[in-house]
Design a protein around this ligand. Structure first.
Ligand SMILES: Nc1ncnc2c1ncn2[C@@H]1O[C@H](COP(=O)(O)OP(=O)(O)O)[C@@H](O)[C@H]1O
Ligand SMILES: [Mg+2]
Length: 345
């Protein structure tokens, strides 16, 4: 007599004949009850589709006869209000946001981890996927360096946890999973596993730290899952905003909404005179970019030593001082982001 969780795990292997997705991801499994001598499986369908029902029943019986000695009973509940979820959303994750930039070194990873920490501080459940294949740095920024292996398709990958965040990074992969260069199908497969095989649990936000530019990681992500949208990080300088506009064009091409632009290192606040503000990197760059791509400037983050030190010390700056100017900038950005997301939902 197999237990319900074992049966559920098996049922992941049953695919809907037309949609090519398993019946659990589609939300079709209503209930599994293991009774004395009988295992009852209840499935939901939007309509009375006998051909579909007979097909699924045969598949399930064949699969479960190998592991369960109980009599198998399959019941179909027809629910006209139920629609098959044939999107590519990750089960349990409400919002999936990619953080991109045109150029490296603009502070994308620093923004990702501080944004994540700010959201977690507001009570949201947050995961971070460090997909920067060239320079994965999220682990270092929170002081974790674990080891995970990419396994076979059915096995679960456990994220590491720090500061209440669930984290997976290309940097955590064991050496035998790390090719000399990541490209093509192998890269796509790794990203698919990071999205769908990691036990993220229920999350309000999954933030994805992308590599700079417009490469394979961005394309794989857009193909594999329905992103809520992308956020672009840039510094005020033209070299950075120009590259960011190319990244914006790429996201539009693959139909990923641009939720907004974050300007990092907008102005300098000297450590010995925190009331001062110097626009040493020029002004208005990110706003111009946002206007030119019909998007919003979500906020500006000052250049502060604390942010740099946060990256080195393993504690993100918003957590070190939860009421300082950095934490406040991030709080404002999360509010602006929330409004923007709602306008797309
Ligand atoms: N607002 C900021 N103020 C000061 N230093 C920053 C700020 N944002 C990022 N940095 C520093 O700049 C460097 C590059 O940031 P990083 O987040 O690694 O960039 P990216 O991920 O875009 O390559 C790091 O040393 C980081 O600590
Ligand atoms: Mg980075």
């Amino acid at each position: 007599m197999a237990q319900p969780d074992i049966i559920k795990k098996e049922l992941f292997k049953i695919k809907h004949p037309d949609l090519k997705k398993d019946i659990i991801s589609l939300g079709m499994l209503n209930d599994v009850q293991v009774l004395e001598g009988e295992t009852l499986i209840k499935l939901r369908t939007p309509s009375q589709d006998r051909k579909l029902q007979i097909g699924l029943e045969a598949q399930i019986r064949q699969l479960l006869s190998k592991i369960d000695t109980n009599k198998i009973k399959i019941k179909f509940d027809v629910d006209p209000n139920f629609s098959l979820d044939d999107s590519n959303r990750i089960p349990g994750i409400k919002r999936t946001i990619a953080i991109g930039s045109g150029k490296g070194g603009v502070g994308k990873s620093t923004v990702t981890i501080n944004l994540a920490a700010s959201l977690a501080g507001q009570g949201y459940k947050v995961g971070v996927l460090d997909a920067d294949i060239y320079g994965p740095s999220i682990g270092k920024m929170v002081g974790v360096n674990g080891r995970v292996a990419l396994k076979t398709d059915e096995e679960i990958i456990y994220p590491l946890e720090k500061f209440g965040l669930k984290i997976i990074s290309f940097a955590f992969l064991v050496d035998e999973n790390q090719p000399v260069v990541w490209r093509g199908p192998m890269l796509g497969k790794a990203i698919e596993q990071f999205l769908f095989q990691v036990k993220w649990g229920d999350l309000d936000y999954l933030l994805i730290d992308l590599p700079p530019g417009t490469g394979d990681v961005q394309l794989s992500l857009a193909q594999l899952t329905d992103l809520t949208g992308a956020v672009l990080v840039t510094t005020p300088q033209r070299v950075a905003t120009l590259d960011a506009s190319k990244a914006a064009a790429m996201f539009s091409q693959v139909k990923v909404p641009i939720l907004g632009v974050i300007e990092n290192m907008s102005y300098f606040i000297p450590p010995d005179a925190p009331e001062k503000r110097y626009n040493i990197f020029g002004e208005g760059g990110a706003k111009e970019l946002a206007d030119s791509i019909q998007s919003k400037l979500l906020g500006q983050i000052p250049h502060m030593i604390d942010l740099m030190e946060g990256g080195e010390s393993g504690t993100p700056a918003v957590l070190k001082n939860s009421s300082g100017p950095i934490a406040n900038s991030y709080l404002e950005i999360t509010k602006a982001l929330e409004i923007e997301i709602q306008s797309w939902e």
